[in-house]
Design a protein around this ligand. Sequence first.
Ligand code: ATP
Ligand code: MG
Length: 262
Amino acid sequence: MANKVFSVKEISKSFGSEKNGNYMEVIKNISMDIYEKEFIVILGNSGCGKSTYLKILGGIESATTGSMELNGENIGACIPPEKLKKFGFVFQNNNLLPWRTAEGNLRIMLKIMKLKGEQWEKRIDEMLEIVGLLDYKKVYPHELSGGMKQRVGIARALVHDPDILILDQPLGALDAITRKMLSYELLNIWKKTQKTIVMVTNNVDEAILLANRIFVLSNKPAVITHEIEVDIPVEERNTMIGQNARYNELREQINNIIRATR
Ligand SMILES: Nc1ncnc2c1ncn2[C@@H]1O[C@H](COP(=O)(O)OP(=O)(O)OP(=O)(O)O)[C@@H](O)[C@H]1O
Ligand SMILES: [Mg+2]
């Protein structure tokens, strides 16, 4: 059995207050154990609380109640600053700094994390290579396509060598063809880097291609309604996956679940 790297224990999150009449419960009692090298995918309707949940996992927001455990250590309802290095975050919009080149966008992350030295400089090139953009290292975001920007975002999230990569709809803003292509690239990035990944998507095909476990969330306040194990061997996850019987079975099952949630 793989090591448990991260554990979420009955996390809830609300915004506003009853007194001000703007109280809103967004996430309710979510628990999840995440094991080393897993690729977890979270599916749920727009507005159900997926980004809010990922922000709690990545230390950008704190939970209202509940706690988390990182490598067996209880870290409470908010990731403490000294643990932020363990996480890499790819935002729903790529969030690249327009006045910095591709490599500059990675370097600023190392600066924020206070990681200096030759080995980290080398890692900038290695990560740009992994996402296929080494030749574009001196290029500014406005000169890159949407897919390339997302790939820089992924390289940036990996540059400080985090344990857990958190991806919030990383392919959501792309056209259908680029999206499909990048989903295979993401699979290869996961194989090459062997990171533990938690990703949100609204695309069932993408979820089955990439995940070893899929969690489906209800509408707000989000609770986990289904946990589905994707029992398709890694070797069978490639551009031919559409012909895999198990893939098509899971596709129908999950699409039915999603339809019922709407
Ligand atoms: N900082 C905040 N303050 C108040 N309400 C918030 C805040 N962040 C999110 N919300 C609310 O929480 C709910 C869930 O938002 P969230 O961004 O998590 O949804 P989502 O599932 O990621 O949606 P999408 O798929 O469209 O990205 C929404 O109703 C949103 O308005
Ligand atoms: Mg979102």
